[in-house]
Design a protein around this ligand. Structure first.
Ligand SMILES: [Zn+2]
Length: 427
């Protein structure tokens, strides 16, 4: 007997009237109109069933700290970094954990069941690292949390010399942080930036870890650390295990140079994570008009065969005063910023917050296929484009066959003479 039989679902690939059969936390069958005895049945009523949302780029050590110790008055990246520097000495492990756990509650409610979070390793106390490792253990029954050792202030810019932050980063990895991070454009010079990429990729290769670097997060067309990242990836045999996050400088680069760069990224099987909400607000701040959008070249990267995900990056923290763990909001913004309005491109934006992000994180058993984890979200929408348009309600959120969260369908009561009594904003 099955544990769960979900019927009459529409899948992201467009197949409708589909059933999904679940036993012991796994999908054991998937097809049109399946019939079998099940402990629990659920009629999807033709709505969209999707694998869970995945956020391939987040900062959980700073999330929900909005207003501490003060708000970011200018809303700029540099004031955000300064503000984080003010907040860091005041952090306590309990407060970081409490905020992170609350954010994970929001994530589950939004059907977001896997998050890659950077964690700042420059504080020698490694307080945030220890807090998030504990959060990772606590949320493991319901959410996959992957941690990146992130030297926010520059891995070679330690006040006590270039070994200081490098040493802290190694200690964080020793404690169990999963991925090697970096921020080459924030090092003191281009040369130090390139050196940091080389050193950090070598650490990842030695330890058998993945890499995810904040890379070229600026409007500087000459910030080209992603080229070094791709070079080190292929030199060290890290293909498919390295992500370049942000890559906003690519927006401003010379077209000829980009035509040389894209095949190098494809050769290195680099994953790219754009963060549309943050990129559109933080980049282009030194422009008058025309004002650059600042997001990396998403359609061109996809056309070159490169895996591109969209990340949330920040929620209610020194850098961003908004956000709600809603990856459909992220996809919505990405679609607009990149002008990805063709039917195919809109669906690619949905993939960017589901399958592509799972691929960047290296998640196993992810997807709506036989043998995969029975983790999925039923949305109040009939297809991925409608889901993005409505930032659709997450009606049911399942992980490994267990119901984790549910929401009542969204509806609006109307009091209009001669008109229907309610609308769901669906034609
Ligand atoms: Zn980031």
């Amino acid at each position: 007997m099955l544990d769960l039989l979900l019927t009459n679902a529409t899948l992201p690939d467009g197949r409708s009237g589909m059933s999904v059969a679940v036993r012991e936390g796994r999908i054991v069958d998937i097809g049109a109109g399946l019939q079998a005895a099940a402990g629990q049945t659920l009629d999807a009523q033709g709505q969209l069933l999707t694998p869970p949302f995945v956020d391939a780029h987040f900062h959980m050590d700073s999330t929900l700290s909005y207003g501490l110790p003060r708000v970011n008055q200018s809303g700029t990246l540099l004031e955000g970094i300064a503000l984080w520097g003010e907040l860091k000495p005041q952090l306590t492990q309990d407060a970081v954990m409490e905020r992170a756990l609350r954010y994970c509650d929001w994530a589950v409610a939004q059907g977001l069941l896997a998050i890659r979070s950077h964690v700042d390793v420059c504080d020698p106390r490694l307080l945030a690292v220890e807090a998030l490792l504990e959060v990772k253990r606590r949320v493991a029954p319901y959410l996959d949390l992957q941690l990146v050792a992130f030297p926010q202030d520059g891995v070679l810019r330690g006040p006590e010399g270039p070994q200081q932050h490098l040493h802290n980063l190694q200690r964080a990895l020793d404690l169990g942080v999963d991925v090697v991070g970096g921020i080459p454009h924030f090092e003191r010079s281009m040369q130090d930036g390139a050196l940091s990429v080389k050193l950090l990729c070598e650490i990842a290769a030695q330890r058998g870890l993945r890499v995810d670097m904040h890379c070229d997060e600026s409007d500087d067309p000459l910030s080209r650390h992603v080229e070094t990242l791709a070079f080190e990836t292929q030199r060290l045999g890290l293909q498919g295990r390295v992500s370049g996050s942000h890559l906003t400088s690519m927006h401003s680069m010379d077209n000829y140079y980009v035509s040389k760069l894209l095949p190098l990224l494809a050769e290195a099987q680099l994953h790219v994570v754009a963060n549309p909400l943050i990129n559109i607000t933080l980049q282009g701040r030194h422009d008058s008009y025309p004002k650059r959008r600042g997001m990396t070249r998403v359609p061109e990267l996809l056309a070159a065969g490169i895996n591109v995900a969209f990340g949330q990056d920040c929620v209610l923290d020194p850098w961003y005063s908004l956000g709600s763990a809603d990856l459909l909001e992220v996809a919505h913004m990405g679609l607009h910023v990149a002008q990805m309005t063709s039917q195919r491109a809109m669906r690619q934006c949905f993939d960017a917050v589901t399958g592509n992000a799972a691929k960047a994180m290296g998640l196993e058993n992810y997807g709506l296929q036989v043998g995969c984890d029975a983790s999925f979200v039923l949305l109040q929408a009939r297809d991925p484009v409608e889901a993005i348009r409505l930032r659709a309600k997450r009606l049911k959120v399942f992980r490994r066959g267990v119901l984790l969260a549910e929401s009542a369908p969204s509806t609006h009561a109307l009091h209009l003479p001669g008109r229907p009594a309610q609308t769901t904003l669906m034609p």
